[in-house]
Design a protein around this ligand. Structure first.
Ligand code: MF3
Ligand code: CO
Ligand code: CO
Length: 255
């Protein structure tokens, strides 16, 4: 599949979808407290997306995914399935929201602290946030995806963290996952050269321990092999004539 360059009219629709996805993260924040279940967070987001935003939660039934959002807690890396799991003080959770509005996707995720953060949890969430930001801030025409992956990997490893290899960012538009694949590691000067009108996510998964992951028997939830903490942030981005525009802007870390 080729990389699609978005027209001005498509970019306008991507801005709207991106803003809606970011709004869901803002809406859900006060609900992320000790005692709530990830299933309840899913219900609240589902109802908001469908009834208030009149949009579609993209994960629901995507390749058989059973819920409307992904909730990945502590050593869960990504694609955690909302359930009756109760959140407790000190847990770290990534909530990943993808909405479809007027045929276009907006995809964004962030870390939340449940109650009072642990020192390690806070540090890892900060490193993961900075990894995403280091990547996004490199975006401009002429830069390669290898340049971006290299910068993200270098930043993570300098901070004694590791980057998950098996999952990556992606082009996005009418499709949830379009070309290109956006690796969060790699070699400078290699890969796709960025052009204005490209839209893709940057969503590094960063582990406190080793980079290796495994898939749970539910066939969705990805966890670290060594059970070390994992954190992730994600934005949908547009390549502009002289830089980038974040289409899913929401409050920065630390909040
Ligand atoms: N939102 C995830 C991403 O950033 C993909 C989730 S796929 C699902 O690409 F099926 F688990 F929802
Ligand atoms: Co994504
Ligand atoms: Co996502």
């Amino acid at each position: 599949m080729a990389i699609t360059l978005k027209s001005a009219a498509e970019i306008e629709k991507m801005r709207i979808a991106g803003r809606l996805a970011a709004d869901v993260l803002k809406m859900i924040e006060p609900h992320v407290v000790p005692g709530v279940t990830t299933g309840r967070l899913d219900e609240i987001c589902h109802d908001y997306i469908v009834n208030v935003q009149q949009a579609i939660p993209a994960p629901l039934n995507y390749r058989g995914f059973p819920k409307s959002i992904c909730t990945s807690v502590n050593h869960q890396v990504c694609h955690g399935i909302p359930s009756d799991k109760v959140l407790k003080n000190g847990d770290m959770i990534n909530i990943d929201i993808t909405v479809i509005k007027d045929e276009y996707h907006g995809d964004t995720s962030r870390m939340f602290v449940v109650g009072k953060p642990t020192i390690q949890g806070k540090r890892l969430a900060q490193v993961a946030y900075d990894c995403m930001k280091v990547g996004i801030e490199m975006i401009k025409p002429g830069v390669t995806l290898g340049d971006i992956g290299f910068a993200i990997q270098t930043y993570a490893e300098k901070n004694r963290c590791s980057i998950v290899r098996e999952y990556c960012g992606h082009g996005i538009g009418k499709g949830f996952h379009e070309d290109p694949q956006v690796l969060h590691y790699g070699k400078a000067g290699t890969g796709v050269v960025l052009e204005p009108g490209m839209t893709f996510t940057i969503e590094p998964m960063v582990n406190l321990g080793k980079r290796h992951v495994k898939l749970l028997p539910d066939d969705w939830t990805v966890v670290t092999r060594d059970r070390s903490l994992s954190a992730q942030w994600e934005h949908t981005n547009l390549v502009t004539d002289n830089g980038f525009e974040i289409l899913t802007e929401h409050p920065d870390w630390p909040l």
